[in-house]
Design a protein around this ligand. Sequence first.
Ligand SMILES: *Cc1c(COP(=O)(O)O)cnc(C)c1O
Length: 386
Amino acid sequence: MPGFEVIGKEELNEIIDIFDNGGILFRHGFDQLRNNSYKVLEFEKNFSEYFRSKKALAVSSGTAALRVALAALNLSERDEVITQSFTFVATVEAIIESRAKPVCTDIDDTLNMDPEDLKNRITKNTKAVIVVHMLGMPANLPAIKKICDENNLILIEDTAWGCGGSLQGVKLGTWGDIGTFSFDFAKTITTGEGGMLLFKDEKLFKKAAAWHDHGHENNPKVPRWEDTRSSSGFNYRMSELQGAVGISQLKKLSYIVEQQRKSRDLIFNKLKEIKNIQFRKSIEGSYDTADALIFTVDSREKAIDCRNKLVENSLATKILPEAYTWHFAGTWSHMQELVKSHNGSLAKEFKKSEEILSRCVSIPINIHMKDEVPEKVFNSINSILN
Ligand SMILES: *Cc1c(COP(=O)(O)O)cnc(C)c1O
C-alpha cells in the first residue's frame, strides 16, 4: 500500500524547515522573508529530475492535475476526450469540468484501456486520450501512443496509481504529452492532498502553469500584482506544506515500489498454486508498482465470497469487488454528460469490461507486510475456490 506507511520524521523536518525560514506557506513571492526556501518549486524540480521530464507543475490534487492538463488543450464543447471504463470517477469528472464530451473505452486483460476499442471510439471531434494505469499496472502504451500519433491526438497519462512504475524502461507519466499524478492519502507517495503534472512541451506547460494560478504568467519582469495574463484560469496551487512533505516522500518512492513488489511476489507465489484463478496480464517490459495483486474467479458471487472470507480473516480487498461502482463507468448513470455521449445508456456500452471486472478480486499490497499474510491470503482464497 501507500506512502502513508512510511510517513515520519523526514516529512516533519521538511515542514519545520519552512517555519525555521520565516513560515511562508505560499509558493510565490515574499522573497525577503523566506531565506530562499521554496518547497513547491524544489519538489517540482526534484520530481522532473527523477522522471527525466522537461517540466513539472505541482497542483492541489490528482483531480486538479487532470483538470489543469485539459485546460492546457483549449477544448471546446464539441470536442471529445476518451478515457477507459475502469478508472476512478475523477478522470471523467475532469473531462466534464473542462466542458468536453467524455467517452469511455472497454478494457483489455491488463484491466486498462483496450487499444482496439480506442480505435472504435475515435471520431473527427476527438482531441485527447486519457489512459489510466489502474492500480499501478502499465497500460498498453506502445499501441495506444501509436493510435494517438496516427490520429493527431494528445495523450495524457493518468498516473495517479502508476507513480514509480515504468514500461520498457520509460517511466509511466512520461510516455504521453502530459502525465498527471495524485498524492492523496491512498496513493504511492502522499502529501495528504496534492498532484503533479509532467510535460514534454514547454507551451503546454506554460498554459497549464498560468491556468492553475488565475492566469498569472509569473512574468519575471514585473511584481506579481502587476503580472501579465492571456486568459482566465482558476486556483489549483499547491501549498508549501504539501510541497515540503512531497520532497521527502519522493525520496522514498523507489524504496516503496521495491518493497511493494517484494510483498506482492510473496503473495503471488502462494496464490499461483490455486487452480481456477487467472492473474491480471501485463504487457512485456512492465515494471508495475504492485499496488495490488488482481485475479479473476469464475463469477461475481465467488469474487464476493473471496472478499467476505478475507474480511472474516482480518484481511481486505482493494477496490474490487467492493468499490466496483466507484471505478467502473458502466455504473455511472449519475453522470448525465457521460450517458449522453454514450447515446443515452451505459448499460450495454462496456460489456467486455463488465464481464471481466465483475469477477475480479484485488489484494492490497503493503510496504511492510506481516510474515503470516501470504499464507493467510492463500488459505482464505483456497477455501472458497477449492
Ligand atoms: C486518486 C485518483 C485520482 C484523483 O486524485 P485525487 O488526488 O484524489 O484528486 C484520479 N485518477 C485516478 C485513476 C485515481 O486513482
